[in-house]
Design a protein around this ligand. Sequence first.
Ligand code: B12
Ligand code: SF4
Length: 514
Amino acid sequence: MRVLAIHPGPLMYTKIFLRLEPLGLELVAAAVRRAGHEVRLIDLQAASHKDYFSLVDDWRPDVVAFSCNYLANVPEVVDLAKLTRARRPSTFIFVGGHSASFTAQELLEHAGGAIDCILKGEGEASVAELLEAVEHDRRSIAQVPGVASLDGEGPPARLVENLDALVPARDLLKRRRKYFLGTLDPCASIEFARGCPWDCVFCSAWTFYGRSYRVVSPERAVEDLASIREPGVFIVDDVAFVQAKHGFEIGEAIARRGIHKQYYLETRGDVLLRNKDVFRMWTRLGLAYMFLGLEAIDEEGLRKYRKRISLGHAFEALEFARSLGIQVAINLIADPEWDRERFAVVRQWCLEIPEIVNISVNTPYPGTETWRTEARRIHTRDYRLYDIQHAVLPTKLPLADFYEELVRTQRVLAMKHMGWAALRDLASIVLGHLAHGQTNFLRSLWKFDRVFDPKLLLADHHRPVAYEMKLPPPAQAKVDPQQLYVLQARGRKGRAIDDATEQFVDATRMGTSE
Ligand code: B12
Ligand code: SF4
């Protein structure tokens, strides 16, 4: 069969700071190809809806598969599915990905029959079986693990047993030069581990994977890395180098192969402090950017996010990251409760430090514990606003003032690293990009005001809402994690970490899951 795989369009953040290849969809596409089908892939972060429909009309796919990792993309995916169905009534249309897995039934209902099914969990695990059913016996699709359709649900989603068997179909992605992350332009993505052993209440990374943690072997990781042409590499792991041994082994294999790249990774402050030598080694190998989830700059804020890390520890991690001599970015979560004074304090603090500071807005997502425990009523059911740049919980300040303060703060922070000053500091890097025809980073330097504008943010709340998000269930004091998991939990044996690391995780995690 001809199978067309689609990643939806960009959200606010991706319009300026970065644009990254849809690695998950490339992995699913590879599994489809392995099963003997013809596959094409289109990424609407780098192509238009018109390009997509031309492809549908010219290539006439038998199957269309959407990726829906981001909740904010739900309306776009539903609309595209409906328009595709109208053009090609017999095409089988299905959706997979992170958010689709947590909102399967409501997605199907919004689509009113335009989506044949949702395939929950890891696409590689069951996509071949689903396509087999589509080709030979459509009535049997509801028996495929992870399938949800209007006729009912199949058995629970299956877990990929061996990550080493996976190879992303990077060759299917046209316009690879469109992908960049700051000065890493162009930039590819790679996965060294999947899942997260922690259980933060505001996060769905662990609930998706049943709190499992699996690793790619060092040999396989390096083989994949060696096949990447781009000089920049984004390591997509939720928390990089949870276990020092894994990080060292991959690093040593990279050094042996003589691979020279620049890397971006995200990790936790406590992991950084525990595994300092690994991060030192990676700095020598080309680590250029590190993103640290600090979340708050005061004890009250940290308590609110129930971070079992003291402020002293968080700053120690920041100090250490700084000492590596690389570009460090941190994230702070702005709560809708913030008033003008709180924003002013944050602005001041951020101006005093050299790091890139990213501010996101506290947003409860389906699939998280907070979704079921948050007593504050969400004040919008518009999926498009769930991009952690908009306020979906009631704000203490009038909404217009909240956005004014938020953007003012974000602008102050962004300007430290954008515009003419950035160009002056990074002139040699930018000239290098231009010599290779890469302009993504250069163009990003002046885009801020066009995208981050308090009036635009406010206006977004007044757009007509075609699809209303399902409300969370009545707030509960305590949630059984089993109710949240997409992939079934395997307990301790599902986490490929040694006992010392398991104990370390236990001492630093927020939740109470097994
Ligand atoms: C890497 C990453 C990014 C990257 C790259 C995203 C990209 N282009 O795909 C960047 C940095 C750009 C990014 C940005 C954002 N991200 Co992000 N990101 C992640 C992260 C850490 C890993 C995703 C990943 O690559 N995993 C590895 C691959 C192999 O897995 P995967 O993509 O999930 O794909 C698998 C399955 O989902 C499924 N699947 C996926 N597509 C399909 C399609 C079909 C047909 C099928 C059957 C299956 C299937 O099978 C795949 C293989 O197993 C996740 C956390 C997580 N662990 O999921 C957060 C996460 C997805 N991001 C999140 C958020 C909030 C954002 C932002 C909105 C944040 C912001 N700062 O503004 C932006 C928006 C980006 C945009 N689309 O415009 C949230 C999503 C919340 C939600 N429910 O919507 C997550 C879950 C993080 C979290 N802890 O809450 N992100
Ligand atoms: S450490 Fe917490 S926030 Fe980070 S991915 Fe794991 S569960 Fe999510």
